[in-house]
Design a protein around this ligand. Structure first.
Ligand SMILES: Cc1ncc(C[n+]2csc(CCOP(=O)(O)OP(=O)(O)O)c2C)c(N)n1
Ligand SMILES: [Mg+2]
Length: 671
């Protein structure tokens, strides 16, 4: 690539885009870590996108009708930090740029949505940006259908690298965007033919444009250093009704000694080479210095959207008061006041009729009363709608001709579904929940982890939650999945014991603002254990006394979900022998941990022996089995020690020894 030619072809553009290059070079060199080459290579694309197409107002990064910009290639974080700084985002000061990757800086190694308002989502795990973007674009379609183009009318732009496109989840995202004709989704591919280990051809020969085209995308291929070509491609992409891929042929670390090599991927810290690169670029100011005329041009870019925002605010203020309030409530993610009363009424009805239903069915019963009063919910399943019980009567199918539909048929794409749900939650205005079998948590995990990290309330509906699913056997029977979910920070893991606890779990999940929920549900029918109606949401405490000991309290049985019934039967047996036994239902460990010590001690007092029963691996239970003096000798766990098997579930519970008799036996052995 002839840098001289680029410099002279469009000198103004060149210097503006080179401001990004220079800041990236200086910040990475100062931090002595990071990724220099990507921001240098994509500076031209980003400059044209931000200055000519992206609708944003740098002073108001949370304006609801802004275009969303997602840096899927999150290692190139200095690209977005440079853009935010140059355009005048108040949070990204020059000091932040100088403190790139340092303790306490908002300019973390990879962009984090919870550190900077101008960052739409956390990226770094390759492929997640493009996968989340599907949800951003779906949310825009749904909200435009609901509130009208006057209030919702924006695009989603993604910069993705070779790595993002190589990750499997990209295929799920591409398929979904193509099927649902997400025409306002535009992906700019940094087609630089370089990854960490070398050239892309080392491990891949996929014809990427053909792959996108095969899923009905609009595809263009351009020189990613030609500002006119970039501008024209973006204009054409917006005009086309299909989602768009713009393959931008670029040179990683353009103009640097490391150009077009995998060395250019990482931190370029050689001082002589960096000086030479700046000379090559014609950049003569000192480190972190941007000439005033260039900075001021960028600030004009940053304020370009202010008028649009003001016009939008005007349009919002012209809506009826009720509509304005509903828009505000929806975008803030506040549950309607009716939710609590609705759940209470359902609980009362369940306690009175005591149905024997699977908790997946109980979940459907809860959703049947919730969805009509929460128009912001978006349900779905990864091709297991009838098994996950996620569809309710009023939702309608989301489709190309029905953007008001609130139920998404995600296809067999657990990972893509979970990422897209996160995208919806991040966009705002939508409360996504989606189902699959709990064993396939593994297929959804990368997105579940990102939901927790990004502080968003995505709800993962995981049915068929143990050997209790029976004949489908060990591939489908989760054993370790509760443990991995519980091990994930900032995640609420619910395993309700009956239809009442299920309704309570839904109420909690749908009122979260910054924490995802995993709702673990059975395939098999369970007795209602909460036969006495309580208006209070007992699941909110995480654990509570379901049945207390009669006489001297000698044993505490702890259980979740389907095993609460077993614990209750064990209690009957022990009480019959005169052994006072308390049963504690523990539908959500994380909420129990949040209670004060006095409450926790009240529920789990010192003294009695403790037995926990759960049809899963025992990892994590020690926390509740150890008594207050750190002694395990008074606690035992009854559960799984290996994989399950294929047989009717009653046989499996017998064979794996998860029975009331074994629980009672374990308790007596400790006395
Ligand atoms: C899921 C995942 N796997 C691996 C990595 C580590 N990693 C970061 S960047 C990168 C190479 C990416 O290549 P490309 O997207 O082409 O970026 P470029 O080198 O062109 O900047 C890898 C393997 C990661 N961040 N995420
Ligand atoms: Mg690359």
């Amino acid at each position: 690539m002839d840098i001289q030619e680029l410099r002279t072809r469009n000198p103004e553009h060149w210097m503006r885009s080179t401001a990004i290059r220079a800041l990236a070079l200086d910040a990475v060199a100062q931090a002595n870590s990071g990724h220099t080459g990507m921001p240098i290579g994509m500076a031209d694309v980003a400059t044209v996108l931000f200055s000519k197409h992206l609708k944003f107002d740098a002073q108001n990064p949370e304006w609801h009708d802004r275009d969303r910009f997602i840096l899927s290639a999150g290692h190139g974080s200095m690209l977005i930090y440079a853009l935010l700084h140059l355009t005048g985002d108040p949070e990204v000061t020059l000091d932040e740029i100088k403190n790139f990757r340092q303790w306490g800086a908002k300019t973390a190694g990879h962009p984090e949505n919870f550190l900077l308002k101008g960052v739409e989502m956390t990226t770094g795990p390759l492929g997640q940006g493009i996968a989340h973007s599907v949800g951003f674009a779906m949310a825009e379609e749904m909200l435009r259908a609901r509130f009208g183009k006057k209030l919702v009318d924006h695009h989603t732009y993604v910069i993705a690298g070779d790595g993002c496109l190589m990750e499997g989840v990209s295929q799920e995202a591409i398929g979904l965007a193509g099927r649902y004709e997400l025409g306002r989704l535009i992906v700019l591919w940094d087609n630089n033919d370089i990854t960490i280990d070398g050239k892309v051809s080392l491990s891949d020969v996929t014809n990427q444009p053909a792959r996108f085209a095969a899923s009905q995308w609009h595809v263009q291929e351009i020189d990613g250093h030609d500002p006119e070509a970039i501008d024209a491609a973006l204009t054409a992409a917006k005009a086309d009704p299909r989602p768009s891929l713009i393959a931008c042929k670029t040179h990683i670390a353009l103009g640097h000694a490391a150009q077009d090599t995998s060395k250019g991927h990482g931190a370029l810290t050689n001082a002589d080479q960096n000086i030479a690169a700046k000379e090559n670029w014609g950049w003569t100011t000192g480190p972190f210095e941007v000439p005033a005329d260039i900075k001021s041009w960028w600030e004009t870019v940053g304020s370009r959207g202010a008028q649009d925002r003001e016009a939008w605010e005007q349009r919002l203020s012209e809506q009826s008061a009720a509509r304005q309030a509903e828009f505000a409530r929806t975008m803030a993610g506040d549950a309607p006041k009716k939710l609590s009363a609705t759940i209470k009424a359902l609980k009362k009805q369940i306690s009175e009729t005591a149905p024997k239903v699977a908790t997946r069915k109980a979940s459907e019963m809860a959703l049947e009363v919730i969805n009509p009063i929460l128009p912001e919910t978006c349900g779905g399943s990864a091709d297991l709608t009838g098994s996950n019980n996620t569809l309710t009567g009023d939702m309608g199918k989301f489709d190309t001709d029905n953007r008001k539909g609130r139920y998404v048929y995600w296809g067999i794409r657990e990972h893509g579904m979970s990422s897209a749900m996160n995208g919806m939650a991040l966009h705002g205005g939508i409360r996504p929940y989606g189902g699959t079998f709990m064993a396939f948590t593994d297929y959804a995990r990368p997105a579940m982890r990102l939901a927790a990290l990004q502080h968003i309330p995505t709800v993962f509906v995981m049915t068929h939650d143990s050997i209790g699913l029976g004949e489908d056997g060990p591939t489908h029977q989760p054993v370790e999945h509760l443990a991995i979910s519980r091990a994930t920070p900032n995640t609420l893991v619910f395993r309700p014991a009956d239809a009442v606890e299920t309704a309570e779990a839904w109420e909690i999940a749908l009122t979260q603002s910054a924490t995802p929920s995993v709702i673990s549900l059975t395939r098999q029918n369970l007795k209602t254990v909460r036969t006495e109606h309580k208006t209070a949401n007992l699941t909110e405490k995480g654990a509570y006394v379901l049945a207390d000991a009669e006489g001297k309290r000698q044993v505490i049985l702890m259980a979740t979900g389907s095993e609460v019934e077993i614990a209750m039967a064990a209690r009957d047996a022990l009480q019959a022998e005169g052994i006072g036994t308390r049963v504690v239902s523990m539908p959500c460990w994380e909420l129990f941990e949040q209670q004060d010590e006095a409450y926790r001690r009240k529920v789990l007092p010192a003294g009695p022996v403790r037995v926990a029963v759960e049809a899963a691996c025992g990892m994590g239970w020690d926390k509740w089995l150890f008594n207050e003096r750190g002694k395990r000798d008074k606690g035992a766990f009854v559960g799984m020690t290996g994989f399950g098997a294929s047989a009717p579930y009653e046989v499996l519970y017998e064979q794996f020894g998860i029975t009331s008799a074994k629980v009672a036996e374990a308790a007596k052995a400790l006395l």
